[in-house]
Design a protein around this ligand. Structure first.
Ligand SMILES: Nc1nc2c(ncn2[C@@H]2O[C@H](COP(=O)(O)OP(=O)(O)OP(=O)(O)O)[C@@H](O)[C@H]2O)c(=O)[nH]1
Ligand SMILES: [Zn+2]
Length: 195
């Protein structure tokens, strides 16, 4: 599917989801005829389409769109990439930062494409572990670098606003391929991102 910018909300989906949100809001005890809520089902339908737009985007195409032949073969790190995703168990947000590194193998990639693919995978119903692996595998399989590393640190609203209600817990996930499977390379990366 082509990489599309998110301007076109699907009219059919918006209508269907809007009607369902109206029912949900009423089932939860609110009055959808109240002035402040009149447009809420439609707003929520659009917001959810925005937050799940990753299903309609192709991360491989994004990376392939900006791969450049270069001989640079040291570590490239983009750190502190903010991410917002939705936990697939509760459809509540989890959010935090991703840190990505790779060692080129003949090709470098446009730097902005790394945060872009984070967004493509984050804007879906996710668990943090799968999000980490999908980013990792996408870079590894497309760019075929000498190595790639991904670390994600995130807070989960489903653990903060409800459930165990732990406000300060932070979940860290990581994945390493190629050269980063070697302890020295991995440690250099972790040191450079301040871990
Ligand atoms: N591994 C993993 N677990 C997650 C993620 N997001 C949410 N969860 C967990 O998914 C689990 C779902 O467990 P259930 O027991 O089915 O759901 P629940 O009764 O709502 O659980 P509590 O949150 O403990 O109240 C919970 O432990 C959540 O903390 C994630 O990204 N990765
Ligand atoms: Zn959850």
């Amino acid at each position: 599917m082509p990489y599309k910018k998110f301007e076109e909300y699907n009219i059919q989906v918006t209508d269907d989801v809007k009607d369902r949100y109206k029912n949900i809001i009423e089932d939860l005890g609110e009055n959808t005829s109240r002035e402040g809520l009149l447009k809420t089902p439609e707003r929520a339908a659009k917001a959810m389409q925005f937050l799940t737009q990753g299903y309609h985007q192709d991360p491989v195409e994004i990376l392939k769109g900006a791969m450049f032949k270069e001989s640079y073969n040291e570590m490239v790190i983009v750190k502190d990439i903010e991410l917002y995703s939705l936990c697939e168990h509760h459809i509540l947000p989890f959010f935090g930062k991703a840190h990505i590194a790779y060692i080129p193998n003949g090709y470098i990639v446009g730097l902005s494409k790394l945060p872009r693919i984070v967004d493509v995978f984050a804007r879906r119903l996710q668990v943090q572990e799968r999000l980490t692996e999908q980013i990792l595998d996408c870079i590894n399989d497309t760019l075929k670098p000498q190595g790639v590393a991904v670390v994600i640190e995130a807070s989960h609203m489903c653990m903060m606003m409800r459930g165990v209600q732990k406000q300060n817990s932070l979940t860290t996930t990581s994945g390493f391929r190629g050269q980063f499977e070697k302890i020295e390379t991995r440690n250099e990366f972790l040191k450079l991102i301040g871990k």
